[in-house]
Design a protein around this ligand. Structure first.
Ligand SMILES: C[S@@+](CC[C@H](N)C(=O)[O-])C[C@H]1O[C@@H](n2cnc3c(N)ncnc32)[C@H](O)[C@@H]1O
Length: 196
């Protein structure tokens, strides 16, 4: 089970698995159109690797809700403090404990392949984002590299970024529009909007 796998990795995640190249993280967050003062939902926050970048983009008036299915990953993120800028929730992307239209944008950094019920997770993300709000599914490597990495790990071997056609279909089925997918040698970035 994915939750057990990530709970088992929590203690070593930052040292062994997390993206350490801050310039890659900075470049990615700069492309997400995060508005200062807005509310962002970080789905699959893990140990909170992307949170400092989101906090920087949001400024002091912004708010982040960070969710993760693995409570031990989330506990590592909580321990980092973040001065109350982040509300942490131990929850599954397929059942997000937030009201309808309660966030301005949603970020899935390095987490989407692991959602076991992707259609349901996208429906939930669509429900909680406001009209005109954005979803960003992103990785600091290309799709082929991410899928290749996962293929080599038995516990996550089936956790892949879908092919472009399938991704577009999944997002459209959930209601998203303005779907853009960029996949190059350095990054994967999928943007979509909830109709305004
Ligand atoms: C590869 S880690 C990435 C964590 C963090 N974003 C980072 O870049 O270091 C994927 C995270 O997604 C979480 N996750 C997997 N499936 C999830 C789900 N259905 N709902 C919420 N979180 C999930 C895992 O527990 C894990 O912490």
């Amino acid at each position: 089970m994915i939750k057990t796998y990530f709970n088992g990795k929590a203690a070593i995640w930052d040292r062994v698995a997390a993206e350490k190249d801050q310039s890659k993280l900075q470049q990615m967050v700069a492309r997400l159109d995060i508005r200062p003062g807005s509310v962002v939902l970080d789905v699959g926050t893990g140990t909170g690797v992307f949170l400092p970048l989101l906090i920087q983009s949001l400024g002091s008036d912004g708010k982040i809700v960070a969710i993760d299915i693995a409570e031990e990953m989330l506990q590592r993120a909580r321990m980092k403090g973040f001065n109350g800028a982040v509300a942490f929730l131990n929850a599954d992307a397929a059942h997000i404990p937030l009201p309808e239209a309660s966030v301005d944008s949603v970020v899935c950094y390095s987490s989407f392949p692991h959602f076991q019920d992707k259609p349901r997770a996208l429906m939930e993300i669509y429900r909680v984002v406001r009209s005109g709000g954005r979803l960003f599914i992103c990785h600091t490597s290309c799709r082929e590299a991410i899928n290749g990495l996962h293929n080599g790990i038995p516990e996550v071997t089936h956790d892949v970024i879908p092919e472009e056609d399938e991704m577009r279909w999944l997002l459209s089925a959930a209601g998203f529009v303005e779907i853009e997918i960029e996949d190059n040698h350095e990054n994967y970035l999928c943007r979509a909007s909830k109709q305004g």
